[in-house]
Every structure is written in structure tokens, then in C-alpha cells.
Design a protein around this ligand. Sequence first.
Ligand code: FES
Ligand SMILES: [Fe+2]
Length: 381
Amino acid sequence: MYINFWYPIARSEEVVNDKPLQVNLLGLSFVAFRDASGKAGVLANTCVHRGGSLSKGIMKNGCIACPYHGWQFNAEGECTHIPSLINSKIPARAKADAYPVQERYGIVFAFLGDLPEEERPPLHDIKEYGTEGWKTQLYVFEVACNYERSVENGLDPIHNEFVHPAQGAPMLPPEQQSSPMPMEDIPWGSKFYLAFPSKKEVNTELNPKKTGKRIGAAGSWFQGPNQLVTWIDISEENSFHQYLFEAPIDDSHTRIFFVNMRSWLLEDEHDERIKKPTLDIVHEDVKILESLEPINTPLTNTKEVLVPGDTVVLRYREWLAEWDAKGWRIDFPRLQAEKKATAFAIPSPGRRESGNWVLDPVPLKEGGEQTRTRRTLPSTS
Ligand code: FES
Ligand SMILES: [Fe+2]
């Protein structure tokens, strides 16, 4: 789990102006609400006065009012009112970490980190979202597995025939499975996208009626540790484009925001017909993922026997090592061990502009090249 990436917080309709919402993420808690103008705010949930849980409070004048002594904070994290201080100045330290927010695809996202805007990794841009000829469904669900294991599963082209038998033949012919996957790097991630022979097209309830010019290609990619994309392009008029934004609740629970786009059966009446088999496939994956050992991805590739079909998984782990080296990985065992005695927060960008912050910044693993074994595909010779 890392600071300095965009994380999905909640469906847009869950974030309202009359009731705060508590969201657990990265082993910490946050509060989400809307101010009087409708703008969504996401703050660290711990009140800096004496530790009240802001999300248990109420909304007042577009601010969140702490349930303990009524201090009010706006969406920028500024303390606007302290009921017990009549005619006195609000102390400079009375401020909450407030995180940059973007609302897209029916989801409120927060940037959980302190990087200035120009240095932030991107929130994935879904170009076809909202355009003519595409239908979107958003599914949100929680799974009892580590989010890195979940992302790796989406980058794994060799599990399909075993985990998803209803899909029939694997999408990749055996000769392709046994050689390293051709990949290209993209900003903050890597991608593969390959043609597949027509006889290998997935045989599933989801297989659309083939119309339009055949494309016959599919692929997956990641951007950042928690954004995963899969495209299945049967033809110009029959595609699924699936975007998963993953929110690690802790090291063994993940909330997944699944934006499922299709370029066929565009009418609402087909939504249920698409949703059921899509989520059936997800549950086939989840059943495997929830019983993997260890829960987290191992820190070195000597603890697993990796084969060419795991190439993209390996590349993902190399990127994780890059983010480790930047010092962005949360020291989760330390956070768990110390949080009874210390309230932590993900440092917000405001911490680069002013000092005197009350909550301790979340403990991070030390960065540098040597923090984690660099993981490359072992030679098969
Ligand atoms: S603990 Fe929040 S106002 Fe006192
Ligand atoms: Fe799968």
C-alpha cells in the first residue's frame, strides 16, 4: 500500500451534504462529505482536538462538525469554528489533512499523498466514458484479499482456462503462453494487447453477437499500483472495456470499483444480463484470491516459481519496487503496531505549505534502491 496515488473513496451518490461518510482505506480512516456548493471533501477522520471521529459528527453550514466538542472543518480542512472559544482566534494547529478530490465515472477519488499537482501520478483517463456508442455500469464490492494480488490476477493471462471454465479455451494459444508476453511501458505502468485467433474467442454467455469489422484483440494493463484495465475487443461494435480502481482497506481487504463499459447492447434493459455473468467471473477469481498464501505478494521472486506466463505480473512487481524506492510504501506492520498509541494521517499537500501538523504522518518504509529485492523473471535455461 502506497501514498501518493489516486484512490476511489465512494460512489458519488454516497457522498452527500447532510451526512458525513466514513471510509476505511490504507489502514486509516477518512471522512467524505459535500460542502454547501456540492463540492466533495475528503479529510483525515481524526479530529485534531482530542481525537473525535469526524465521520460520527453532523454537517453544519457546509462543514463537518466533530461529535465531541463541535469544532467545524470545511472541505479544505480549515477549522472554521470552535464553540468553546468565544471571540478568540482559532489556533493555527487546528487544521485537518484535506486531500485533492476528483469526481469522475460516478466515483469520488482522493489523492492520498502530499505531492504537488504537477508531480502526481494520473487518475486513469477513460476516453470512451460518456461518449456515444458506449454503455457504462459501475459495480462496487469488497473482497478479502490483498489488492496487489487482485491486480496481479488481472494481469495474468494463463489462469483463464482453470478459473473460468465457462469461458472455454484459453485466450492465448500454448506457444504464446510459453514465451514472455510482449509488453510496452506506459506512464506509471505497463501494458499488453494482443491479437487472438478467431477460433480461440471466448465462448461465454458474455460473448457478443459478432457485428462490425473484426478486431480480435485483448489485453490488460496497470497504471499505478491500484488501477487495472482490461480490453476485450471482438469487433468494432462488440467490445468490453473494463476499468478497476482498487481501494486497499488494509493488507487483506480490498474495495473494488469496477467500471464496466460495453459497446453493444447499449439499452438499460440489458444491464442485468451483462452484470450477472460479469460478476460470476469476478467471483471465480475472488474464490482463488481469498485463499492465496501469503496474503501479500512475496518480497522476492525466489519464493515462487515464475514462468513466462507471469511476465506481466513480474513487470508489475518491478514497478512496485520503483515506488518502494521512492519511499512511498506504507509500513503497515508498524502502523498496526503503533496506532493504538498514535493517531496517524496520510500527509496531505498542505503539509508542504505549512508546518505544525498535529497528527503523525503515516509510517513509511525507507526508500532507496535496496529496500526490496528487485524482481526480474528468472532465466528458464
Ligand atoms: S475531539 Fe473533536 S472537537 Fe473535541
Ligand atoms: Fe480471472
